[in-house]
Design a protein around this ligand. Structure first.
Ligand code: ADP
Ligand code: ADP
Length: 233
């Protein structure tokens, strides 16, 4: 089933002197259950594309369809609801709240859900257990390793039970082995049915995805399915 379609999406940043086409005519179709990587040089529009996909950024031109429905037909507060209910984000720098415990960081996205206090805590704990942090729930983020902090961020992205997980360089700040563990976790979540889109510079990460999208100057220049092109070399 089709999850997201982008039609000729442009994101233009206008300054006094010039326009930057961060995205310059993106056409993309994302099916439910896909595991996609977005690659490309610095400044090619990867983060912008992820933010547009995640409903954090609004495109300047073009049309965005979520499950076949154009966002133009969805009211703004409904768009916020779609983002909060359907999409989970994982960032390179974890973006955890330092003064909160691990558990509280993961409970936070459930604040606006119609759930009792106990249900929230239990849900957050179950996702922390899923990412292997059962013993760390009452610590603060700075008491954890980088890999553990990224796991907290993943638990936080998962707790709202989103259909789509967007990860911007989730291993960019981690050593190789810890990065692999995080990728294996994302692979496992994908096997369980989550749609995952990951921005990465790491070809080893990209190889594990069923589709690689390459961006250059705000345009999709190449797409590889099953990354088969890489296994030939
Ligand atoms: P990438 O993630 O591939 O490094 P980005 O999506 O961050 O690329 O940026 C794409 C282009 O848009 C770059 O030229 C960048 O400088 C520009 N850009 C990104 N965000 C802004 C902004 N808020 N204002 C102006 N230009 C921006
Ligand atoms: P808006 O300003 O469009 O009403 P919000 O107040 O919801 O949007 O969000 C303000 C900023 O917080 C956004 O521009 C975005 O950078 C960031 N943001 C919003 N939602 C999320 C999210 N789910 N994950 C990460 N960052 C978010």
């Amino acid at each position: 089933m089709e999850l997201i379609t982008l039609k000729d999406i442009k994101k233009i940043y206008s300054n006094r002197n010039n326009n930057t086409f961060a995205l310059n005519g993106i056409n993309l179709n994302i099916q439910q259950g896909e595991l996609i990587s977005i690659m490309g040089p610095s400044g090619s529009g990867k983060s912008t594309l992820l933010n547009v996909l995640g409903l954090i950024d609004t495109p300047t031109e073009g049309e965005y369809f979520f499950k076949g429905k154009s966002l133009k037909e969805i009211r703004k507060n409904k768009i916020h609801k779609t983002r909060n209910d359907m999409i989970g984000f994982v960032f390179q720098y974890f973006a955890l709240l330092k003064d909160y415990t691990v558990l509280d960081n993961v409970v936070l996205p459930l604040t606006y859900r119609k759930l009792g206090h106990k249900e929230r805590i239990n849900k957050a704990k179950s996702y922390l257990e899923k990412v292997g942090l059962k013993e760390q729930v009452h610590k603060t983020p700075d008491e954890l390793s980088g890999g553990q902090q990224q796991r907290v961020a993943i638990a936080r992205a998962l707790v709202g039970e989103p259909e789509l997980i967007l990860a911007d360089e989730p291993t960019g700040n981690l050593d190789r082995r810890t990065g692999e563990e995080i990728i294996n976790l994302l692979l496992q979540l994908n096997k369980e049915g989550k749609t995952i889109i990951v921005v990465t510079h790491d070809i080893e990460v990209a190889k594990k995805c069923n589709r690689i999208i390459e961006l250059v100057d705000g345009k999709i220049t190449q797409q590889f399915k099953n990354a088969s092109i890489f296994s030939k070399t």
